[in-house]
Ligand binder design. Structure first.
Ligand code: IPM
Ligand code: MG
Length: 358
């Protein structure tokens, strides 16, 4: 039987709680289907590790997970460690060298959950946001001089390469093509950012020629926020830069009812490196250790992980189980207005997996 090696990195805050729930659920799916095995290795990297070792992960950390089939990641962020250290020291230290350039963020309003957006009927909000994940505003290029003095200068330079934009654009068109509506919206800000964003628009035009069956349009990012609120059903697949999509995807996650639900895949589509799957929500220190973190974002990320491994049947089973559980308000955690605990939601999902007719 095929065995997949999964690297689990709980990270900080509620990461430990949701990742332990997530690995339990993944193991339950594997067991129920009995078609593959999962070997899950856990790594204790993050803020605690930093306090002891002065770095977020060991120097050879990437080597340790390089040959795993996938990575399940909790969150990075620690109250008294600056955010840019936790981010660059762990999450981006994995994403960027592993060339996980396609960040995929699906949004749907799951059964039983009410969107804060009025007039969103069943199935009317079914989006996938594709975020460029390797360059742009997160390139890390820039610097500061004359720190603290009135002459201080600070720059963050957004870097866009033709090859980087072409590959994410092609990825997004392909994804749009695989979805029933074959609809793509290319988001930029090419009125104000008149160099790189104009290049994005040009490249979108070029790549669109390869996908005559995909209907596509362009939006400026500010107008896109309005469209998301006013005409959500007109949107299907979206592609945007690293920062623009970061912002749009938080808005999208809020529309799905809670940030606690939203999943992410950081993909290296060529499979030269392992891809990484994580809930979008972050470390949420305010609720850490209370046992009330919503594990659905991690479970849904597990669905994306299984899909990436090619285990479509397992992915489908897990998504069905998730949807049957969200449909029941008794299993809503406080972020959804309920009073369920992480372990109750986890047990309910596992119960559904066990009971499923394979
Ligand atoms: C996300 C998060 C991160 C990002 C933070 C934690 C740095 O907001 O995954 O969307 O901006 O990439
Ligand atoms: Mg974000």
């Amino acid at each position: 039987m095929k065995t997949y090696r999964i690297a689990a990195i709980p990270g900080d805050g509620i990461g430990a709680e949701v990742i332990s729930a997530g690995t339990e659920v993944l193991k339950a799916v594997a067991k129920r289907l009995d078609q593959f095995e999962l070997r899950i290795d856990e790594f204790d990297w993050g803020g605690e590790y930093y306090k002891i070792h002065g770095r977020m992960m060991p120097e050879d950390g990437r080597e340790q997970i390089r040959n795993h089939d996938a990575i399940l990641f909790g969150s990075a962020g620690y109250p008294d460690i600056p955010d840019h250290i936790t981010l660059w020291g762990l999450r981006l230290a994995i994403c960027q060298p592993f060339d996980q350039y396609a960040n995929v963020r699906p949004t749907r309003v799951l059964p039983g959950i009410t969107s804060p957006l009025r007039n969103v009927n069943d199935g009317e909000l079914d989006w996938v946001i594709v975020r460029e994940n390797s360059e742009g505003e997160y390139a890390g290029v820039g610097g500061r001089v004359h720190q603290g003095s009135p002459l201080e200068v600070a720059t963050d330079v957004a870097m866009f390469t033709r090859s980087g934009v072409e590959r994410i654009m092609r990825f997004a068109f392909k994804l749009a093509q695989s979805r029933p509506r074959r609809l793509l919206t290319v988001v930029t800000k090419s009125n104000a950012q008149r160099h790189a964003m104009v290049m994005w628009d040009e490249i979108a035009n070029e790549i669109a020629q390869e996908f005559p069956d995909v209907t596509w349009d362009k939006m400026l990012v500010d107008a896109m926020t309005t469209r998301m609120v006013m005409k959500p059903a007109s949107i299907d697949t979206v592609v945007a830069t690293n920062l623009h999509a970061d912002i749009l995807s938080d808005l999208a996650a809020a529309f799905s009812g809670s940030l606690g639900i939203a999943p992410t895949a950081n993909l290296n589509p060529e499979r030269k490196f392992p891809s990484m799957f994580e809930p979008i929500h972050g470390s949420a220190f305010d609720i850490m250790g209370k046992g009330i973190a919503n594990p659905i974002g991690t479970f849904w990320s597990g669905v994306l992980l299984l899909e990436h491994l090619g285990e479509q049947q397992a992915a489908g089973r897990l998504m069905d189980a998730i949807e049957r559980v969200t449909a029941d308000p008794r299993y809503h955690t406080p972020d959804l207005g309920g009073s369920a605990r992480t372990d109750e939601v986890t047990a309910a999902v596992i119960e559904e997996i066990r009971g499923a007719n394979v």
